[in-house]
Design a protein around this ligand. Sequence first.
Ligand code: SF4
Ligand code: SF4
Length: 104
Amino acid sequence: MRTFTTRDGSIWMPSYLTFIDSKTCIGCGRCFKVCSRDVMHLHGVNDAGEILGPCDDEDDDFDGELNRMIMVVDDAGRCIGCGACGRVCPKNCQTHVAADELAT
Ligand code: SF4
Ligand code: SF4
């Protein structure tokens, strides 16, 4: 088992963000704002629930297809497991997994 520590040598177990439930996410962006690691981004979703792509421009309506926006974990490997995103999520739609439970 790998051991992680904080700066003072205390044992620290990272809890990595692995998944955001697209059905319950409201695309509020709070998790994005607190994350320093560029792990997730807002994506557009159409009426059928299909992901249209990343919302690079706030005014992009994907040619009228946009129904709502959700947050998508599109670079999970950059996560350091700080847990900040989970603490600010108002919908409890994130899944975090402890580092020692994830296959490397
Ligand atoms: S756990 Fe920390 S590093 Fe990982 S996605 Fe959330 S805020 Fe970013
Ligand atoms: S904080 Fe929660 S509800 Fe808001 S965008 Fe992130 S995952 Fe979705």
